[in-house]
Design a binder for this molecule. Structure first.
Ligand SMILES: [Zn+2]
Ligand SMILES: [Zn+2]
Length: 346
């Protein structure tokens, strides 16, 4: 049975499974318009996910062929994976923020070896030991692509313009640019009275930006072709984007994972204080110079460092470095000359 929730006012969510992933599923939202339904995100590119999506649409009383458009919150494969197939079978337009479309374009133009070079270089600069980079060198040499992001994501054909309404007949859906989780992440604000009369301003499709029980991954932006000069500040972007959502004060949040919830402001405060705690803890470690790898080893995670598997360590180091960058931007830490990169409190 497809897992579908009717959120009222011509909005539904369809649970689309993510294979072998603790997140479980993506909530693909269906928004009815006067000219046919539009999706917010599509789900992972996988046969079981496609079946769940098509059965979910049937349960809502529509079909893939009827879709008018697809709005993508961000380029990650659990949101954008099925977009190409949806467009093929429906002729729907595909809209994304240009900063994430740029990543899609680079991904499509890159050979797997380019991604491994980028990953190995980033990790080496961050102080990763040879034991961590060795499997990546081996995978590169063997021409493997396992563990890399989808290498052929669909190229969007429309641009999401921050602050503007999407071209949906009979609906008011405004794009809110919320960089941090990715540089081009957007939330979509449905500027219509809540169907159950809940207090607040409309409803917010929040993608991965604001989730009820998970703190989304905030790491360095993946940018294999532009030399990263250390100037981007993803955590600073993210906290500013959280404040933006709190000011919107939506009556209800419809996120892309877990479940719908109310109290956006309280959830924003929780996430802000979570990152403040993390910055404070990290700063206390920086009485001695540390590479991002050493910082990650000493930070608190959901399990001991020794129990964290290889791929998750790569993600953890990226998250540690986003926090280190934030401390530098705040004037609390500085980068020492030389490689690997070392940070120390000032
Ligand atoms: Zn994501
Ligand atoms: Zn996601």
């Amino acid at each position: 049975m497809p897992q579908v929730i009717d959120h009222g006012g011509g909005v539904w969510s369809v649970q689309v499974p993510i294979p072998d992933n603790p997140l479980g599923h993506t909530l693909v939202h269906v928004v009815d318009t006067d000219r046919g339904p539009v999706l917010v995100d599509t789900g992972w590119d996988d046969p079981a996910a496609w079946t769940a999506l098509t059965e979910g649409l049937a349960a809502v009383g529509t079909a893939v062929a009827d879709l008018r458009g697809v709005v993508i919150t961000h380029h990650h494969p659990d949101h954008h994976g099925l977009s190409g197939r949806v467009r093929e079978e429906s002729g729907a337009w595909l809209a994304m923020h240009p900063a994430d479309t740029a990543i899609v374009r680079r991904t499509r133009g890159s050979r797997p070896a380019r991604w491994f070079d980028f990953l190995i270089d980033t990790l080496t600069r961050a102080g990763a030991p040879d034991a961590h980079t060795a499997p990546l060198y081996a995978a590169r040499a063997a021409g493997r692509t396992g563990g890399l992001p989808g290498l052929d994501p669909a190229l969007p054909d429309r641009e999401i313009v921050p602050g503007e309404l999407l071209p949906l007949t009979g609906r008011r859906l405004r794009a809110i640019w919320t960089p941090g989780h990715t540089p081009g992440h957007v939330c979509l604000h449905l500027e219509e009275a809540h169907p159950a009369g809940l207090p607040g301003r409309g409803r917010l499709f929040s993608g991965d930006h604001l989730l009820p029980g998970i703190s989304p991954h905030i790491g360095l932006y993946e940018d294999p072709d532009d030399a990263d000069d250390g100037d981007t500040d993803p955590l600073g972007d993210y906290t500013a984007s959280l404040e933006l959502i709190a000011r919107l004060a939506p009556a209800e949040v419809l996120p892309a994972h877990q479940h719908a919830f109310t109290g956006a402001d309280a959830r924003v405060r929780e996430l802000l204080s979570h990152h403040e705690d993390r910055l404070r803890g990290l700063l206390s470690l920086l009485s001695v110079p540390l590479t991002p790898w050493q910082a990650a080893e000493r930070m608190e995670w959901n399990r001991p460092w020794a129990a964290i598997p290889h791929a998750s360590r790569t993600i953890a180091v990226s998250e540690a470095e986003a926090h280190l960058r934030r401390l530098v931007k705040l004037g609390r830490a500085e980068v020492l000359p030389g490689l690997p990169v070392r940070y120390v409190a000032v």
